[in-house]
Design a protein around this ligand. Structure first.
Ligand SMILES: O=c1[nH]c(=O)n([C@H]2C[C@H](O)[C@@H](COP(=O)(O)O)O2)cc1CO
Ligand SMILES: [Zn+2]
Length: 160
């Protein structure tokens, strides 16, 4: 008889997003993303990091200071990296699994890539302007938003 305690597709893909986040060098927030098509085939993964060829030993990881001296000026977000890492595959009608609620810049890229559903784990900055704008854009673009509700499942993969 087959086993019944296998993980669901959602647990599997969010698990891959969490594992991807473990690659991040960001000392404060590690974000991972996994893009999947309607047939449950993984199209791409990503995590937040400095652009290719731009040393993450040289660029700053600070949160505070003048813009040029903070990570915000340089870091590529996990969602954008996952979109750009898809190597020409169509992301139309795909699902994005991401460990953190997307910012407005990623929301624009998600919409333009044709992603139709976003499953997120943590809404870390719910009151931030970027989050409010994202929610507005996702609603207008008819993108389904779903909070992943069983993070304790990943106690051994936890980022927090
Ligand atoms: O959706 C996201 N995706 C993503 O990759 N990030 C990255 C950018 C930064 O490296 C880090 C956020 O850093 P902090 O929480 O210290 O402000 O997470 C941040 C967000 C949301 O803000
Ligand atoms: Zn973003």
């Amino acid at each position: 008889m087959k086993r019944h305690d296998y993980i669901t597709w959602e647990e599997y893909f969010m698990g891959i997003a969490l594992l991807s986040a473990r690659r991040s060098k960001d000392p404060n927030t590690q974000v991972g993303a996994c893009i999947v098509n309607k047939d449950n085939i993984i199209l791409s993964t990503g995590y937040n990091g400095m652009p290719k060829g731009c040393s993450d030993d040289v660029l700053p990881w600070e949160r505070d200071g003048s813009f040029q001296d903070t990570k915000y000026a340089y870091v590529c977000h996990a969602e954008l990296n996952a979109i750009l890492n898809s190597d020409g595959r169509s992301l139309a009608d795909s699902i994005l699994y991401v460990t953190c609620f997307p910012c407005n810049e990623c929301a624009k890229a998600i919409i333009q890539a044709g992603i139709k559903k976003v499953v997120y784990l943590e809404d870390k900055y719910p009151d931030a302007d970027a989050t409010q704008v994202s929610r507005r854009l996702f609603k207008m673009a008819d993108i389904t938003l779903k909070e992943f509700l069983n993070p304790t499942f990943y106690s051994d993969l936890s980022l927090y």
